[in-house]
Design a protein around this ligand. Structure first.
Ligand code: ADP
Ligand code: MG
Length: 567
């Protein structure tokens, strides 16, 4: 087995020099496991059974790594048949062997996946004829692979889905959700990813794909969709405004009720910030509250917000942070408009106040009037007994103060009169004429002109004797608001089923912060005022089932409008 002569190729296969190799045996270079088979073949050759043999075997390179060789041996005999020497040829097939090995491994892997995966793996022609399908198909769809192979795969599709996903698709890989028919007739949802495999000529050779049963996922999805619809319809039809904002307070979603509440549309709000709805004076306070509500549930009581039409609406709101994966991403806000409710409450409170004051007034007024009469009498007596008029000023002051008390008392008495006094049909314009004549003197004194703008043909309306008192109170206020003179216009017009009476003055007006207090008992800004005039007037107008509005601008003047129903 000794090497006699070697060529350069052998040397480079094994990594030795020529003289290193000669003298070595080929056995010494062999991989031990493959040696036995080699020895057996050589024995046969020596025994004259064969002249030639070939085998694939492994050798060990000088560096120690294993190499694959294709060995081909020819025996050289002399004429007597005696063996002279062996001619061995060796081809290095390591690279080819490694590739084969790899291929075998991937094939094994593919088989493993294909046979044990719960997903159906298939291969089919461009037209859909199935050429392979993994065994799991029997578990999933009830058919054996043999039943399906050779059939058209699209025949198993749900017809609707087949129409929805036309075969001609130019993408390399596509994923489709569709139904496949079980052998028992019902359909199952699958998600199929497929890929077209092209041959060297650029034509589709076949299509490979994998189909996953997504019934459970699909059911979950449908349930989720349904839940979302429930939730959406709740949002849509609830009368309370609901919105969500992000941590920067930008709107992220709103429901129709919230659109109504603010006057802005969904589109408009989505480009707005919550603070855009807040009045400047409240901004700071509100921002603190909103920051608070990013941390925990919060209740906003009676907060004014700016409606798109410029009006101020009062809302109450509940909020809670939106927490997703342990992170606060925004706030949900449930808001209710309580503007009207608040107005009614205020109105109720006011009328309660009025009736209490009315009752009190009834009692007090009578009690005061009688003693006042005697006081007045005695002062007048005292005056007469003082011919030199030594105490003139005191007497005058006392008498004017008593007059003032009397004034208050008479206004209180009007209040206390029962509502259902005898009514008579009257012409409002005539009643007004009387009152205006009454004031002409005083008006002249202050350089005030009272203009009348009264519709010629006004219907008669049912009046109580107290209506004149209203005109007196209102006109008196108008005159008192114009110490520097000017014009007062009294306008009477018929408007639909109402008579509208307007007193327009050019006085100093009423500051906005005082407006809500006007008409409250004893609210006055005048040194000698009683603060009862407007309250009494309101009460009387109410008894006529009418309404009274005050419109005022500081420095410009005031309009008091009284509307009385015609019936
Ligand atoms: P009084 O006239 O005794 O003060 P009123 O009830 O008549 O009581 O009016 C209450 C308050 O309303 C007045 O003090 C005044 O501040 C305000 N007011 C009423 N009418 C006018 C008006 N035409 N112009 C300016 N202020 C008015
Ligand atoms: Mg007054």
């Amino acid at each position: 087995g000794k090497l006699l002569r070697v060529n350069q190729s052998i040397c480079s296969i094994f990594g030795y020099e020529k003289d290193e190799l000669t003298g070595l045996t080929l056995h010494a270079l062999s991989y031990p496991d493959d040696l036995e088979k080699n020895i057996e073949l050589r024995r046969k050759a020596m025994a004259g059974e064969i002249d030639h043999y070939r085998m694939e075997k492994r050798y060990i390179h000088k560096t120690g790594k294993v190499i694959w060789g294709l060995l081909s041996v020819t025996v050289e005999r002399d004429d007597q048949g005696k063996i002279g020497f062996f001619i061995s040829q060796l081809i290095d097939i390591t690279a080819q062997k490694t590739k084969e090995e790899e291929l075998k491994q991937t094939q094994e892997l593919h088989q493993l996946i294909s046979e044990h995966s719960l997903d159906i793996i298939f291969r089919m022609t461009f037209r859909g004829i199935v050429t392979y399908v993994s065994p799991v198909v029997s578990q999933q769809l009830g058919y054996t692979p043999e039943e399906i192979i050779g059939e058209n795969g699209y025949d198993y599709w749900h017809p609707t889905d087949y129409q929805k996903w036309p075969n001609q698709n130019f993408h390399q890989v596509r994923t489709i959700i569709h139904r496949l028919r079980h052998k028992n007739g019902y359909y199952i949802w699958f998600e199929t990813s497929s890929k077209k495999i092209y041959n060297d000529a650029g034509k589709i050779q076949h299509i490979v794909g994998i189909s996953r049963n997504i019934t459970e996922r699909r059911i979950m999805e449908l349930k989720l969709q349904e839940r979302e619809q429930h939730y959406k319809s709740l949002l849509k039809y609830t009368p309370v405004g609901i919105c969500s904002v992000d941590t920067e307070l930008n709107f992220t979603d709103i429901n129709p009720a919230f659109e109504l509440l603010t006057g802005y549309s969904l589109q408009e709000l989505l480009s707005m910030n919550f603070t855009d709805l807040i009045l400047p004076d409240y901004l700071h306070h509100m921002q603190e509250q909103l920051n608070q509500s990013l941390k925990s549930d919060y209740y906003f009581e009676g907060t004014p917000i700016l409606h798109k039409d410029g009006s101020i609406r009062i809302i109450i709101a509940w909020s809670s942070p939106i927490i997703i994966n342990n992170e606060t991403v925004g706030i949900y806000l449930i808001a209710k408009d309580i503007t009207e409710q608040k107005q009614t409450e205020d109105l109720l409170k006011n009328s309660e106040k009025l009736s209490v004051v009315g009752e009190l007034a009834a009692g007090i007024a009578h009690e005061i009037r009688n003693p006042l009469t005697s006081l007045k009498g005695f002062i007048q007596l005292h005056q007469m007994e003082d011919p030199e008029n030594k105490n003139k000023i005191r007497h005058e002051v006392m008498l004017s103060e008593i007059e003032r008390i009397n004034g208050i008392v008479s206004e209180l008495l009007v209040l206390s009169k029962p509502a259902n006094e005898n009514s008579y049909l009257a012409n409002v314009s005539k009643e007004l004429d009387h009152v205006i004549t009454l004031f002409e003197g005083q008006a002249h004194l202050y350089n005030i002109t009272i203009h009348k703008d009264i519709d010629a043909s006004l219907p008669l309306i049912h009046c109580l004797g107290t209506l004149k008192q209203v005109f007196i109170n209102v006109l008196k206020n108008a005159i008192e608001s114009m110490p520097g003179g000017g014009d007062i216009i009294v306008q009477v017009k018929q408007q639909a089923a109402q008579i509208s009476i307007r007193f327009i003055d050019e006085g100093f007006g009423i500051p906005p912060e005082q407006l809500p207090k006007i008409g409250n008992p004893f609210f006055t800004t005048k040194e000698k005022g009683t603060g009862l005039g407007l309250m009494v007037s309101q009460r009387i107008v109410q008894n006529h089932r009418g309404t009274m509005h005050i419109n005022s601008e500081t420095g410009k003047g005031t309009i008091v409008e009284i509307n009385l129903p015609i019936e």
